[in-house]
Design a protein around this ligand. Structure first.
Ligand SMILES: Cc1cc2nc3c(=O)[nH]c(=O)nc-3n(C[C@H](O)[C@H](O)[C@H](O)COP(=O)(O)O)c2cc1C
Length: 211
């Protein structure tokens, strides 16, 4: 029996041949399938995708459940002017590849606790957590998301009228992954380079700092 609310595209793992994280210990497949491509096809997001991405972000944990995250959404088909504006505040290196994304988002964190006006120490933390869930949901939909610190935060604030008390945090390119060959050579090489991470012992200190 189908229900109108279940009429969504089927969840398909992101096609990322050779891009799965070579995890040293077993992890949830979706985490291994998420990665940050630079080759996007230029296709708009599939119908219903943006709602599902934002819904995933919505269910992130946050300090005091304050949910300090905000996202300015610029889909290439539905918000073309905002897409061009967001593209325009990216660093030139990011702009070169991000122009092919199906959507660009700007994550924005609340900086103060609305209940008492105190600085919100975990605003960026929780905005990052929401973005991570959004990226995992993208992978679950057969898409990928690529976060960018390389953008002009002051220009983004001004272009989108982000008020005081809110910080632009990251730009995020989302879309259908294209072939590495569609990129200039230097970027194509990064697209296929082995995925690397510091080992657990470099960041986890059992029992105390540097254990
Ligand atoms: C907050 C943040 C900012 C980033 N900024 C950029 C950026 O400006 N340009 C870029 O090409 N990649 C950027 N990245 C992508 C990282 O380089 C990438 O996540 C990292 O190399 C690990 O690769 P993976 O996401 O494919 O596992 C950023 C990622 C994050 C989370």
């Amino acid at each position: 029996m189908s229900h109108p609310e279940t009429h969504h595209a089927a969840l398909t793992p992101a096609p990322a041949p050779g891009r799965e994280a070579p995890a040293a210990h077993p992890i949830a497949p979706l985490i291994a399938q998420r990665w940050s491509p630079r080759s996007f096809t230029g296709a708009p997001l599939p119908p219903g995708a943006i709602e599902r991405l934002l819904e995933a972000a919505r269910w992130a944990a946050s300090s005091n459940n304050l949910q300090p995250w905000h996202f300015i959404v610029a889909r290439r088909d539905a918000e073309p002017e905002a897409f061009a504006t967001l593209l325009g505040v990216l660093s030139p290196n990011n702009r070169d590849w991000a122009r092919q994304a199906g959507a660009l988002l700007l994550s924005v964190a609340r900086t103060h606790n609305p209940t008492n006006g105190n600085p919100l120490r975990h605003g960026w933390h929780d905005t990052g957590a929401a973005t991570a869930l959004l990226a995992l949901q993208a992978a679950a939909l057969g898409l990928q998301a690529h976060a960018m610190a390389g953008f002009d935060a002051a220009a983004a604030r001004s272009a989108f009228a982000v008020p005081e008390g809110f910080d632009p945090v990251a730009a995020i390119a989302i879309g259908e992954v294209g072939p590495p060959e569609a990129l200039p050579e230097a970027l194509a090489a990064r697209e296929t380079a082995p995925r690397q991470r510091r080992p657990i012992e470099a960041f986890a200190f059992f029992g105390g700092w540097r254990g």
